[in-house]
Design a protein around this ligand. Sequence first.
Ligand code: SF4
Ligand code: FES
Length: 249
Amino acid sequence: MNLTLKIWRQKSRKDKGGFVEYKVSEISGHMSFLEMMDVLNEELIAKNEEPVVFDHDCREGICGSCSMFINGEAHGPDRGVTTCQLHMRKFKDGDKITIEPFRAKAFPVIKDLMVDRSSFDRIQQAGGYISVNTSGRPTDANSILIPKEDADLAMDAATCIGCGACVATCKNSSAMLFVGAKVSQYALLPQGKVEEKERVRNMVAQMDLEGFGACTNTGACEVECPKGISLDNIARMNRGFIGSWLLGE
Ligand code: SF4
Ligand code: FES
């Protein structure tokens, strides 16, 4: 395949940035999207030009770092995959592909396609943990029986990889799907009940502080989420948040 890539280049957070077009040739349909980007970067380096900066780590859909907007969709045109799992067979010879960073006030661009998603880390730090005594005589986790349905729902929520596609897709740059998943994965389990009230309040407060927008139930986040995180998690978080105030301090 021969392709034209229209890529967002931005030198730094303060730089205005803009699109630059590049040509790549002999791209195999078996390549991943990031391997195609590697081909471009090798050519740029050979020409003594600056390679395109993009985030990546695991390249197998686990770490959530390969965040790109491809032809107007977070992680590109496929469903249930991250950019590193997207195959070039989803495109055809002669295509022009527009590649942009995830855009949100709370995800400032670091350089080119790489954005700063440390706002997600700070939300996690605000409540994404449980306090258990692990010294002396810790209770074996398996001695606490958990209904299968709850365990399955908690596991589904825990599959969120913190990629930020939900934020990039949402017209309000809302992080409710991410925060809903993180709140739910603990709230559904007995070990997470102890700090349930503080957790939901603190994580929602940090989410607001970071500048994410409100949820208006459009549902685009669920469609674009590579891990199929359900909107039910947002509803569960909202119930927990309202309940935490109704029940008082
Ligand atoms: S909810 Fe989905 S889209 Fe949002 S950060 Fe988690 S995995 Fe990514
Ligand atoms: S590089 Fe880790 S999810 Fe894509």
